[in-house]
Design a binder for this molecule. Structure first.
Ligand code: HEC
Length: 176
């Protein structure tokens, strides 16, 4: 009799373990579905730095695309994104400056049929370059939507214009 109980208990345990395993499996699937989506979104566009991954889902400073003008570079119909929550960095009509270390600002600009032919990046890296707000400036370009980005210009090519807006931590764009 005690042997029978022992067997019965073992069978119950085996069933419980199987159920648990199935439960875990299901739970795992449910959990991995969103994270798979997130990691896909967090792959940077080919040729762009890792820090820009998923930038199109970030806080966008401008409501409508910024129009082209003869005085401004960076392509047509521009958008400016930041890897921060709006509440964290916006104070009324202004940005709360200086922006925190690790802030990444991405600006897209179009050329021809490609709305993101140019991608300009400012990345705030502690002690990277205190004279220029610790921003790492890099602009990328691609020849078409199927092509990867390559570096077009960086650092010194960017400072002259952006030095005019040090009062706003080197950023021109104010939040809409
Ligand atoms: C001729 C002046 C000029 C030069 C040179 C320039 N910028 Fe800009 N940049 C601007 C202006 C003006 C804006 C504001 C948006 C607009 O009107 O295009 C801007 C906006 C940006 C933004 C979005 C944040 C902001 O400041 O509004 C980034 C990022 C950026 N530039 C990166 C760069 C990089 C990287 C370089 C160098 C490769 C560079 N810029 C060189 C004038 C310049």
């Amino acid at each position: 009799m005690p042997i029978g109980v022992a067997w019965f208990t073992r069978i119950l345990c085996a069933v419980a373990v199987a159920l648990l395993a199935a439960g875990c499996g299901d739970g795992g699937n449910v959990a991995t579905t969103p994270s798979t989506t997130t990691s896909a979104a967090q792959t940077p566009l080919p040729g762009l730095p890792e820090s820009t991954a998923g930038f199109e889902d970030w806080f966008r400073l401008n409501d409508r695309p910024i129009a082209d003008s003869p005085d401004t570079p960076h392509g047509t119909a521009k958008n400016v994104y930041m890897n921060r929550d709006r509440d964290e960095v916006v104070d009324g009509p202004k940005l709360r400056v200086p922006l925190p270390p690790g802030t990444v600002v991405v600006k897209t600009g179009g050329r021809g049929g490609d709305p993101m032919a140019f991608v300009s990046v400012m990345e705030k890296v502690p002690d990277f370059d205190p004279q220029h707000g610790d921003w790492r400036f890099t602009e990328y370009v691609r020849t078409g939507e199927a092509a990867g980005y390559t570096v077009l210009a960086e650092g010194p090519a960017c400072w002259a214009c952006h030095a005019g807006v040090t009062g706003q931590d080197w950023l021109f764009t104010t939040p809409d």
